[in-house]
Design a protein. Structure first.
Lengths: 342, 342
DNA sequence: AATAAATATGTAAACGTTTCCTTCTTGTTT
DNA sequence: AAACAAGAAGGAAACGTTTACATATTTATT
């Protein structure tokens, strides 16, 4: 329809060189080597020619000769979890400042998917990767190591017995401890913990923190009040039903999907917080924003975590010999009105 | 520490060929051309050698000679919007089945960011793109067109005056019409609409639907009850305050961020739905799941939309000469308990 | 037995860049 | 005026693949 003269082949550096009446080397220098001195007039002429025929450098071709690929990846286990979405957004914006494009991937808690994703990323020869591993005892990072691709593990650490990695996450023990202490200080003694059956240590560490807090207040932890189940809202409902039946006065909702289910259970069964049960949620899921009374949440320094993960990775890319770092962040209480003082 | 013999250069097809005692062509055929017949034993030997030295094909290098790049992109305007997150997840899973890796990008409603992103994607010579344009009157797709990169526009259409594109979205007029009719049928007559000041036609079309429904029921639309404001929860709160002051009995919450703000306003001011105000939300934001009474929502066939967008793109990649398609989906009412019959 | 057809593998020229190194200008020093 | 240095640009070899084509081997056909 328009005046377009179908260029079957995409326009290359050669086309620009011909148009500008110069060599391909010069064109390459214009687009890739700011140091190299060229007569301003020549540089201008090349730019002009490129603009006219719509030249855009082929990143694949550059990367094959040059070393830098210009692509980072973030692989998360749950794309639906807004914590990860927020991390992704921040990481992307930092990476962009350094001229990287970021590929966002979702393993959906499936170690096999994760392996496939990492394999594809290695094939793309990405410059670096931030990985939040799927629930699993498997360590899929061998591929990255073999290809010397710098990476940072986010949020979920592998068991101590595994090889060391760059790591950024929250102190899960402290989260559990803090949540429980907050309830204990308000006078609660019969406190439930609901979490998630998971091979990853996060939830177990939170439970450890919960137990430690109880003991510190002279309460001996009751195994029946520590509930775990699969990762779903339905499971959250089930657990809520159970701990209500056990007659607790308070609960730590230790994982966001199951927490959502628990809250639905409360609302559907006319159970009010904090009158009927006091609540502390670990994390700050998106939906807490619309609930009243406001929920008391254990919040992580999300922005800081994203910045750290991104800069850790960028540093490691710039200097591959740098030592592995493990950065744990402490959480704080974001007070709402879901805890009743007894 | 381990027995690793630091391979400074990453392992290439040549290394495999040497190890397997064959030519590089054979190795290439093993990895890239399933048709080509090779003695099973030879094929096996190559695979074996590759596995031993940890060879992974360099996708960048393949793509420069071969045409297919193996990368698709999804560019959305609001990464925080769970509708888009859900679309992304589905699109990724479809694309993966066809062997594509998907780069997810967020323009954050900034046309300039969008341009930069598209430029980068063109530089990567992606095979195709699904784009939900940032709020803007600008059409950044020229870049994609010039480089003959197939693309599908998602959710937000450009004004009719623009060039035609592949398009998948909801029928916004119908959404607005449906939401309003639902309230009219319940007996409401004084109905507000809250939306978003936006250069994109989505909200305006919904308002048109709203007006058409009112007229059909003999109610003459009152300009004061159609509220728009910037895209934020605070704006949602403001608009809620205004339409409550105007004494409406019902409202259509036409955009999800502002809807969230409105709901916060209600809760903070002790306004109950459906007793004090009847509500219909256009869309099904994540947080509707935890609210009680349940909100009546206008839902789009999300799964279907994702499938259509992905297959439309894949078709267009396979056959670039295919005609442009415009696919509009009709929405349905997901009934909750937020509408009072009068 | 000679030839044709089919099978199996290898050679080498692309692909679009980057970058080392050479060449050509121009200006400065002697 | 000759010699040289610096400045500016280009030639051509890489990078890791793909693939058209050539070659070599085997099997089938006459």
């Amino acid at each position: 329809m328009t005046s377009s003269q179908k260029p079957r082949r995409s326009v290359t550096i050669k086309d620009v060189a011909k148009k500008a009446g110069t060599s391909i080397a010069t064109v390459s220098y214009v687009f890739s080597n700011a140091e190299r001195y060229l007569r301003p007039e020549l540089r201008e002429r090349v730019l002009q020619a490129a603009a006219e025929i719509g030249y855009v450098k082929n990143a694949a071709a550059s990367s094959i000769k040059g070393k830098r690929r210009g692509i980072l990846a973030v692989v998360v286990a749950q794309f639906g979890n807004t914590f990860f979405t927020r991390m992704c957004v921040e990481i992307v914006s930092i990476a962009r400042q350094e001229g990287y494009v970021v590929t966002l991937c979702n393993s959906d808690e499936d170690p096999e998917q994760e392996r496939i994703i990492l394999e594809r990323l290695v094939a793309q020869r990405i410059d670096g990767c931030i990985l939040c591993p799927a629930q699993s005892t498997e360590d899929n990072t061998a591929l990255l190591q073999r290809h010397r691709i710098p990476y940072v593990i986010l949020e979920r650490s592998f068991p101590e017995s595994f090889a060391p990695h760059n790591f950024v996450g929250q102190d899960n023990f402290q989260s559990g401890y803090l949540a429980t202490t907050h309830l204990l200080e308000a006078g609660h003694r019969r406190i439930a913990f609901s979490g998630w059956d998971s091979p990853i240590p996060n939830v177990r560490e939170r439970v450890d923190g919960y137990r430690a807090a109880l003991r510190e207040y002279g309460v001996s932890p009751n195994q029946e009040l520590v509930l775990t189940d699969e990762l779903s809202e339905a499971a959250g409902r089930r657990m809520a039903g159970k701990f209500l039946a056990a007659g607790v006065t308070a609960a730590v909702l230790g994982q966001h999907d199951t927490a959502k289910g628990a809250l639905q259970h409360f609302q559907d069964n006319n159970i009010h917080w904090p009158q009927d049960i006091s609540l502390v949620v670990v994390g700050t899921p998106e939906w807490t924003g619309v609930l009243r009374p406001r929920l008391t949440c254990i919040q992580r320094p999300e922005h800081q975590m994203a910045v750290t993960a991104a800069t850790m990775l960028l540093n490691n890319i710039k200097n591959p010999e740098v030592d592995l770092v493990k950065q744990l962040y402490t959480c704080t209480v974001a007070e709402g009105e879901s805890v009743l003082r007894m």
